[in-house]
Design a binder for this molecule. Structure first.
Ligand SMILES: [Fe+2]
Length: 358
C-alpha cells in the first residue's frame, strides 16, 4: 500500500535539536539526529548489537551512543566505537535514509536512495516566503493516511464537521469541479453570497455575505495545498483576502498518520494576534477532523467494509486520488509505461469509477 519513491515530512526542523528523535514512517522505525555542524542524519532505529532503539540513546559528537552497551553509530550508519574492544565487525552498521530540510520541515526519502531527487521535494515555500505570514501545527491521527486525503479532497464536510469554525450549509451546497493532470488533482469550489462562518468573521473582518473559494491541489502520496480566498459579495475579487493551507501527511503505520500543517496569509501580515488566532482555530478545526477520521477508521476496521460503500458525486476527487496512489504503487511494484492519453486531464465518469473501485 505504500508509495516508497517519495519525500515524506517527518518533523519540523526546529523540533530536531540535541536529542535523537524517533519517527516511524511506512511502518519503518527511524531516528533523526544532528551530527557535526548540525547536519541531519536519518538512521534505522535499531542498535546493530542488540536491537535496542538508537533513539533511546544519546548524541555524542557525530554519533548516537546506544544506551544499552555503549556502541556508537555515526551519521553514515557505521559503527565507529565499541567500548569493550578495538575490533569493529564488518556488519556493524545500520541503514540510512536520504533526508533534506526545506521550508522548516524535515523530509525523508523512503525509496531507493539513488532515486532521491531533491527537485521533487513538495513545495511548501509559503511557510517561509517573506510575502506571506505563516503558522504551523501537527496532529497525530490514528487513521489510514488515505482517509485524510479523502477528507481534504471533499471539503463539503466543512458544513457538518466544522460548523463552529470554517463551515456552514453553503459549503456543501456548492458544486465542485475536478481536474486531473499527470501528477496532480485539483478540486475546486466557489461559494457565492454566503454568510461568513465564525472563523471567517474573525480572520477577515467580513460580517456581510461573502464570495469564497477553495481549490485543493493534491500531489500523491499525500500533500495538499488549499488555495483559499474570500471577499464581500458586493466587492470585486481583487479585494479578496487569501490564505494557503498546507498539509503534509505521512503514513506512520497502516492505521496511523503524521499530519503536518501550516496556514499562510497575505494580509495583515504583521498582526501577531491574528496569527495566533488562525493557529489555534486551525488546530481546533483539525481536532474535529481527527475525531471524525479516527471514528471512521475504527468503524471500517470493525466492519471490514471498503472506504466507499456508497459514493456521492463529491467523492470524485477522493476516488481519483486513490486511483493515482494505486497506480503509483503498482508502477513501483512492476514498472510499465503509462498508456498514451491516460493523463490528458479528462475525467472518468463517477459511475465508471464506482463500478471499478472495490
Ligand atoms: Fe476538515
Amino acid at each position: 500500500m505504500w508509495i516508497k519513491n517519495a519525500w515524506y515530512a517527518a518533523a519540523f526542523s526546529d523540533a530536531v535539536t540535541v536529542d535523537p528523535v524517533p519517527v516511524t514512517l511506512l511502518d519503518t522505525p527511524m531516528v533523526l539526529f544532528r551530527g557535526d555542524g548540525g547536519r541531519l542524519a536519518v538512521l534505522e532505529d535499531r542498535c546493530p548489537h542488540r536491537s535496542v532503539p538508537l533513539s533511546f540513546g544519546r548524541r555524542v559528537g557525530n554519533t548516537i551512543r546506544c544506551r544499552y552497551h555503549g556502541l556508537q553509530v555515526d551519521t553514515t550508519g557505521a559503527c565507529v566505537r565499541i567500548p569493550c574492544q578495538e575490533r569493529i565487525p564488518r556488519g556493524a552498521k545500520v541503514k540510512t535514509y536520504p533526508v533534506i530540510e526545506r521550508h522548516g520541515l524535515v523530509w525523508i526519502w523512503m525509496g531507493q536512495p539513488e532515486g532521491a531527487d531533491e527537485a521533487s521535494v513538495p513545495d511548501f515555500s509559503y511557510l517561509d516566503d517573506p510575502a506571506w505570514t505563516a503558522c504551523v501545527g501537527y496532529h497525530f491521527v490514528e487513521a489510514d493516511y488515505r482517509l485524510i486525503n479523502d477528507n481534504l479532497l471533499d471539503l463539503s464536510h466543512e458544513s457538518y464537521v466544522h460548523d463552529t469554525t470554517i463551515g456552514n450549509d453553503a459549503v456543501a451546497q456548492a458544486p465542485v469541479s475536478v481536474e486531473r493532470t499527470q501528477t496532480q488533482l485539483r478540486v475546486h469550489r466557489t461559494i457565492l453570497k454566503c454568510d461568513p462562518p465564525p472563523f471567517y468573521v474573525k480572520a477577515t473582518g467580513f460580517t456581510e455575505p461573502i464570495n469564497r473559494w477553495h481549490t485543493t491541489i493534491f500531489t500523491p502520496p499525500a500533500t495538499h495545498i488549499i488555495e483559499n480566498g474570500s471577499y464581500p459579495a458586493t466587492a470585486s475579487r481583487n479585494q479578496a483576502l487569501e490564505r494557503r493551507v498546507l498539509h503534509a501527511i505521512s503514513p506512520a503505520t497502516r492505521t496511523s498518520s503524521h499530519y503536518f500543517w501550516g496556514v499562510a496569509r497575505q494580509y495583515r501580515r504583521g498582526d501577531a494576534a491574528l496569527t495566533e488566532y488562525i493557529r489555534t482555530q486551525t488546530a481546533a478545526t483539525f481536532d474535529q477532523d481527527k475525531e471524525i477520521l479516527e471514528l471512521q477508521q475504527q468503524a471500517l476496521a470493525r466492519s471490514g467494509k471498503p472506504p466507499f460503500s456508497l459514493a456521492f458525486e463529491t467523492d470524485s476527487g477522493p476516488i481519483q486520488a486513490r486511483r493515482m496512489i494505486d497506480q503509483l504503487v503498482a508502477s513501483e511494484a512492476a514498472p510499465v509505461p503509462a498508456p498514451a492519453g491516460d493523463n490528458a486531464g479528462t475525467l472518468r465518469s463517477i459511475s465508471a469509477q464506482l463500478r471499478s473501485y472495490p
